[in-house]
Design a protein. Structure first.
Length: 389
């Protein structure tokens, strides 16, 4: 099993069959589990075996299938599934940190990730230093002997800067710090996080893992010791566990994730190439383009583009003129989704903060879906022409 390739793992790893030997994974929609005797209950509370369950907040057979499948695909020893991507980011950080610890984080983060690092951790006495994630000298200057963890999005949302995980991990490991990465934009298909030195990988399963815009979910992947010794006690007592129904959706999502994400990335590259030099655009950022500054770190490019139309009026005209892509704020969906970060996902930040992150008033994040690539190119080009007129 461990020598299976990732696409085989995506379909089969973690499967547990009931007495009926069903083909498709069963949904164990139950909070609790019956013990044959009082002695059995006592024994299970003392120490639950690998496939023994107590309460759905602690674990559930359907959730365990998802955890094993994604951990195996990612190349981690174990995983804990969470109610949302943010429960996973919060769980990975908060479960291992205490007052007096120091964390170094990239500044270019999803709004809610920034909130956890800037507002919540600091409230509990954790010191956080923010750096420009693409500048390795800033990481080197900020990481010190008290640094307990470093945190970054391997590809930043929405500006698509790719961070050099290997170099940051080397600096962090030299002081014994844990490297925790939010790997959403890299996706479980194109990930190289563990190979590059990450210790803990976090996903919002809401994005490509579900891939069809249906449900929230998240997952923390790491060593068995970190997941069962540090994360599980925190998560099972604070209540951010994944529902069995959502775990089943995520399991089904993993079965097709390779096909979906590769098709989306192929369309994203075709769109980026078709749009380069369009006179309604001041820039097109896509890590898969040879002229992207970190192309070598992420040649597969991913499924999201950052288009800059220069100003908000043009960006809004463009969004309102799209007829296939919808205006929303999810990504990794089968439906193409266009977002104006400055007025939505990053509205909470000041203009200066947005400026520092490269989120200008003309920036549009475009998540490429599964529609026909030629239709998408025609839709975008038409909307760009409207924006320019
Ligand atoms: C969406 C997202 C999250 C949060 O995930 P939810 O499932 O919405 O809680 C965290 N990090 C990144 C990079 C994201 O894109």
């Amino acid at each position: 099993m461990s020598n299976w390739n990732k696409r085989t793992k995506a379909v089969h790893s973690g499967t547990r069959r009931s007495q009926y030997n069903e083909v498709s994974e069963a949904i164990f929609m139950t909070q609790g589990f019956v013990y044959d005797t009082a002695e059995d209950a006592e024994a299970r509370f003392l120490k639950a075996g690998d496939d023994e369950f107590i309460y759905a907040r602690y674990g559930n057979p359907t959730v365990a299938m998802f955890e094993e499948r994604i951990a195996t695909m990612e190349g981690g020893e174990d995983a804990f599934a969470t109610a949302s991507g943010m429960a996973a980011v919060n769980g990975a950080l908060t479960s291992m940190l205490k007052a007096g610890d120091h964390v170094v984080s990239s500044r270019a983060l999803f709004g809610s990730c920034l909130y956890i690092l800037e507002e919540i951790l600091t409230r509990y006495g954790v010191e956080v230093t923010f750096v420009d994630g693409t500048n390795i000298e800033e990481w080197a200057a900020a990481i010190r002997s008290e640094t307990k963890a470093v945190f970054f999005e391997t590809v930043s949302n929405p500006t698509l800067e790719v961070i050099d995980t290997k170099s940051v991990a080397e600096l962090a490991h030299a002081v014994g710090a844990t490297v925790i990465v939010d790997n959403v934009f890299a996706t479980p298909v194109f990930t190289t996080a563990f190979e590059d030195g990450a210790d803990v990988v976090v996903y919002s399963a809401t994005k490509h893992i579900d891939g069809q815009g249906r449900a929230l979910g998240g997952v923390i992947i790491g060593t068995r010791e970190f997941i069962r010794g540090t994360v599980e006690p925190y998560m099972k007592h604070t209540g951010g566990s994944m529902s069995p129904f959502h775990a089943w959706m995520m399991l089904k999502g993993l079965e097709t994730i390779d096909l979906r994400v590769r098709a989306q990335a192929q369309s994203a590259l075709a769109i980026a190439e078709a749009l380069k030099g369009h006179d309604a655009l001041t820039s097109v950022a896509y890590p898969g383009l040879a002229d992207h500054p970190q192309n070598a770190l992420m040649p597969d490019g991913g499924t999201v583009l950052a288009l800059d139309l220069g100003d908000q009026t043009s960006a809004f005209k463009f969004l309102n003129a799209l007829s296939i892509a919808v205006i929303s704020n999810n990504l990794g969906d089968a439906k193409s989704i266009a977002t104006h970060p400055a007025t939505t996902t990053h509205q909470r930040l000041s203009e200066d903060q947005r400026g520092a992150l490269g989120i200008g008033p003309g920036l549009v994040r475009f998540s490429v879906g599964l529609e026909d690539e030629d239709d998408l190119i025609a839709d975008i080009q038409n909307a760009l022409n409207v924006a320019k007129s």
